[in-house]
Design a protein around this ligand. Sequence first.
Ligand code: NAD
Ligand code: DAU
Length: 351
Amino acid sequence: MSKNIIITGGAGFIGSHVVRLFVNKYPDYTIINLDALTYAGNLENLKDIDSKPNYKFVKANILDVPAIEKIFDEYHVTDVIHLAAESHVDRSIVSPLDFVYTNVIGTVNLLNVAKTKWAANLSGHRFYHISTDEVYGSLGETGLFTETTPYDPNSPYSASKASSDHFVRAYRETYHMQTVVSNCSNNYGPYHFPEKLIPLFIHNIIQKKPLPVYGDGLYTRDWLYVKDHALAIDLVFHEGKDGETYNIGGFNEWKNIDLVKLLCAQMDQKLGNAKGTSEQLITYIKDRPGHDRRYAIDATKINKELGWKPTVTFEQGLSETIDWFLQNSSWLENVTSGNYQNYYQSMYNNR
Ligand code: NAD
Ligand code: DAU
């Protein structure tokens, strides 16, 4: 069946992988990439598919309701996959309101427009909201986040994502919109913006700059290759049950310092450095305020109900990611010129 799907945030890291997958896999669908092109949005991420007939890009902000309405009318939008967000925890600590506007109000704007435009047949349309495991807060040494773990967000970013998840739930309960939500763990892979741990450290190793590890470096994250997340999103969109939440994770927990040492070793090998060269760049710096100690996802539900599981090991995914960054040095140079330098100075100097 043909569909006209808005993918918000399609020029960002995960969104670009989702757009690419859908455009290539579903030639009968029209994929409308709705993105404001903030610092994190980059049309270079999609240049391999941007001339495909089933791909459209519209530069629009989800805070601009008339613009969203116009897109719904023009493209007879049947479904929404919503990824647009402010996504970096450190930025949320400096500018929480930006996260309230885009992540909370932007999501409610999209829900409102969809509800109005789909009013004649609400059950024939799906609103898929992409969320994060950070809404569940922090784990101790043991345990995993399941779909029924109570929300307990600690950063302005996770509070804004939790709020948007609650609005999606409220629109389903109150207005009977057909919604589905997934909460995923930390992604990594090609096109990852170098403000996040893995691409930042790849960039700094190439530049021989310090690797700024927060606090004691013993914080734990559950890492998933971005292409496996995109495959999960495809499955949840097509086969997930209305009203359900699905946790998505890599079954792949790493303490930051162990991950950084693996990354250093792989980089040294690929760059032809002597063993131990990049590890010398590790520098412990002041911790992130409110830093969540450990995230880990129980992805049993999506595995049992939809048959999803990660397709690559962490070592493979990390190696492919490093190769991509080394082969795409102009992409990295472009995104780290200009305002990125100011961001880096204000985030890392005097810390
Ligand atoms: P990203 O920061 O790389 O990309 C965000 C995209 O949204 C950019 O293209 C940006 O231009 C666009 N955008 C931002 N504000 C907008 C606005 N007001 N209007 C329209 N477009 C706007 O983010 P990402 O890492 O790809 O994350 C995508 C989604 O997945 C987010 O909702 C995030 O919360 C969620 N998520 C991310 C991860 C992760 O590890 N990166 C894990 C779980 C969930
Ligand atoms: O868990 C899912 C979330 O993962 C997503 O919802 C977010 O959008 C995404 O940014 C990511 O959040 P994190 O805060 O976990 O990712 P980040 O890459 O910023 O940090 C990963 C870990 O590394 C975290 O414990 C903080 C630490 N860190 C990060 C940076 C940028 C450092 O030690 N030094 C750094 O310079």
